[in-house]
Design a protein around this ligand. Structure first.
Ligand code: ADP
Ligand code: MG
Length: 162
């Protein structure tokens, strides 16, 4: 596992990090987004969506469980907060969207609710609140060789100030 840690101090920085992360993503990827309510999971997803050239407004799928956005690479955006049992994952076709042959990128908010059901290889991002208001500590872990190779590149692009 390779882990990198990045701090942001305002919403725009988290959004921009999402845009940069999107450059590394490809169909079949799984991005797990963990962190408390209001941490910035949906905002980071909006940045990723912008980076994937999705023009539609990306909103929280808390009540719909999954939203799909069409783009050259599709985005499947999940929020498992309201899911009660792991069996419901099968009902929504979770495996189909999160396997390596999927035609899109899957982003999953609240993955820790069903930890053992997440694909083993993934980017696992944890957003924590920092000491100052507006500060977020974002830890990005690459699980699996395919992801590890790519996250090394994020180290370089995340710190560049374009
Ligand atoms: N550095 C930051 N990164 C992300 N969000 C931030 C930051 N500072 C403040 N915020 C605010 O925190 C909230 C995050 O909301 P949201 O992305 O919906 O959280 P979640 O999906 O994790 O519940 C937004 O209101 C955003 O403006
Ligand atoms: Mg959210």
């Amino acid at each position: 596992m390779v882990v990198i840690k990045i701090k942001t101090f305002k919403p725009e920085e988290t959004y921009r990090l999402g845009e940069k992360l999107a450059v590394l993503l490809q169909a079949g990827d799984v991005v797990c987004l963990s962190g408390t309510l209001g941490a910035g999971k949906t905002l980071l997803t909006q940045g990723i969506a912008a980076g994937l050239k999705i023009r539609e407004a990306v909103t929280s799928p808390t009540f719909t469980i999954m939203n799909v956005y069409d783009a050259p690479v599709r985005l499947y955006h999940f929020d498992l907060y309201r899911l009660e049992q792991p069996g419901e994952l099968a009902d929504i076709g979770f495996d189909e969207y999160t396997n390596v042959h999927s035609d899109g990128v899957a982003i999953i908010e609240w993955p820790d609710r069903f930890d053992g059901y997440m694909p083993e290889e993934n980017f696992w991002i944890t957003i924590s609140l920092g000491e100052q208001s507006g500060e977020r500590v974002i830890s990005l872990a690459a699980n699996g060789g395919n992801y590890e190779r790519r996250i090394e590149r994020l180290k370089d692009i995340a710190n560049s100030c374009d």
